[in-house]
Design a protein around this ligand. Structure first.
Ligand code: NAD
Length: 402
């Protein structure tokens, strides 16, 4: 057994959940105990203090984290989180989940995650540039540029999510929402119901939720409810997503869209529908509302929208939950394409990207579905089993050091 069994530096509710998931899956896989122990600890974690000159002339110091969970399958990959509550434990848990997500999709990456404790919405563009980290395309361009300057040449492969003009990938912005649709295709096929005509509710109308809603609407689904941070709207007859997008561009939110009724975010989740896509924030489906979810399929666009307690309730009620590490993997898959294109300085057409994305999502979904059926487990357990098994296999053939 390894010597570090104490994981108190990483103590957080999310890390505890991630460890519990790993331990459960390790038992099911009869994982070799030394490999299991190795997987419970991140490969490395870095805490930095970032001094930033604010617009008022004063310097403020921000805390930043970068955690690499595993490097056994390749270089590490994982986004940055800008949040007032971000901490080392949360970033460590998310890095671990990224390891399983990348391995499940068959990408040559280990999992990582970064975070800066700050409130990006209260900072100006200059302040965010000074902080040098962020989560939009502009920030990724700054990061690529800063790294490239230290190298004396342009290095597009260092970060993904860049603007197209400096080595971004076609289709990256739509990737996660599109991936959800490919996963839903497969789920509907296995359940023997066509996707067309299904009633869909989407929580969150940002990057992930709005793209998923638009593509599902184009596929002939009835989008009967959507929401954003300010609240939701519903219409039993379905919402025209193209017109809604125009309304959001003008009004700044979904509220007030003609022909719809207002609902709260809590009510939205409980609307009668076939498919629910939580694509906003974590912990939305909980022990106290899981009983009232009417959907028969939940496709997790957000990370961790279902708490472990709610997960058990949905499982008992026979709801098919397509777990986050599978349903929202489209983003990291197209980031992988961006990296490959950047290494080769050769860029693909959008149609090539979507074809390859569909191929990987479909393969991953069907593997998880088959494993779930074979083992008699829900899709979340099967997806974790597949992801963990692959990372463990990497350690088995390479050895545990470092
Ligand atoms: P986004 O910021 O573009 O959109 C978030 C949406 O959720 C917005 O409509 C916002 O108004 C809404 N929202 C915020 N807080 C809310 C609340 N308390 N209640 C209801 N709605 C709320 O973000 P995004 O990129 O669409 O990401 C959404 C989720 O998907 C996040 O959990 C993110 O971690 C996850 N995710 C995103 C990607 C990606 O490629 N963008 C990939 C994997 C996972």
């Amino acid at each position: 057994m390894a010597e570090i069994t104490d994981t108190s530096e990483f103590e957080s509710p999310l890390y505890r959940t991630a460890l519990a998931q790993l331990d459960r899956v390790a038992a099911r896989l009869s994982l070799e105990p030394n490999i299991h122990e190795r997987l419970r600890h991140p490969r490395r974690a870095l805490v930095v203090s970032i001094p930033v000159r604010m617009d008022d002339g004063n310097t403020k110091v921000f805390r930043g984290y970068r955690v690499q969970h595993s490097t056994v399958l390749g270089p590490t990959k994982g986004g940055l989180r800008y949040d007032a509550d971000v901490n080392l434990g949360e970033v460590t848990a998310l890095a671990m989940l990224m390891s399983w997500k990348c391995a499940l999709a068959g990408l040559p990456y280990g999992g990582a995650k970064g975070g800066v404790r700050c409130n990006p919405r209260s900072m100006s563009v200059t302040e965010r540039e000074n902080l040098t980290l962020g989560t939009d395309e502009q920030t990724m361009a700054w990061m690529m540029d800063t790294y490239s300057m230290t190298q004396g040449k342009t290095v597009p492969g260092i970060v993904t999510g860049k603007p197209l003009i400096v080595g971004g990938s076609a289709g990256r912005r739509e990737a996660t929402g599109r991936g959800i649709v490919y996963a839903l295709y497969q789920a509907a096929r296995h359940l023997g119901q066509p996707l067309r005509g299904q009633r869909v509710v989407v929580q969150g109308f940002g990057n992930v939720g709005s793209v998923a809603a638009r593509l599902l609407w184009r596929e002939g689904c009835v989008i009967s409810g959507v929401s954003d941070v300010k609240g939701g709207i519903v219409s039993p007859h379905g919402i025209d997503i193209r017109q809604l997008e125009a309304h959001v561009a003008e009004a700044g939110g979904v509220a007030g869209f003609p022909g719809t009724e207002p609902v709260s975010n809590a009510e939205l989740l409980e609307q009668p529908c076939d498919v629910l896509v939580p694509a906003a924030i974590g912990s939305q489906i909980r022990e106290d509302n899981a009983d009232r979810i009417k959907a028969t399929i939940v496709a997790e666009g957000a990370n961790g929208p279902t708490t472990p307690e709610a997960d058990a309730i949905l499982r008992d009620r026979g709801v098919t939950v397509i777990p986050d590490i599978l349903a929202n993997a489209g983003g990291v898959i197209v980031s992988y394409f961006e990296w490959v294109q950047g290494l080769q300085y050769y860029f693909w057409r959008e149609s090539e990207i979507t074809t390859r994305l569909q191929e990987i999502m479909t393969r991953a979904f069907n593997r998880v579905w088959a494993l779930g059926a074979k083992e008699g487990t829900d899709l979340r357990t099967a997806a974790l089993m597949e992801g963990v098994r692959r990372v463990a296999e990497g350690y088995r053939v390479r050895g545990l050091y470092p």
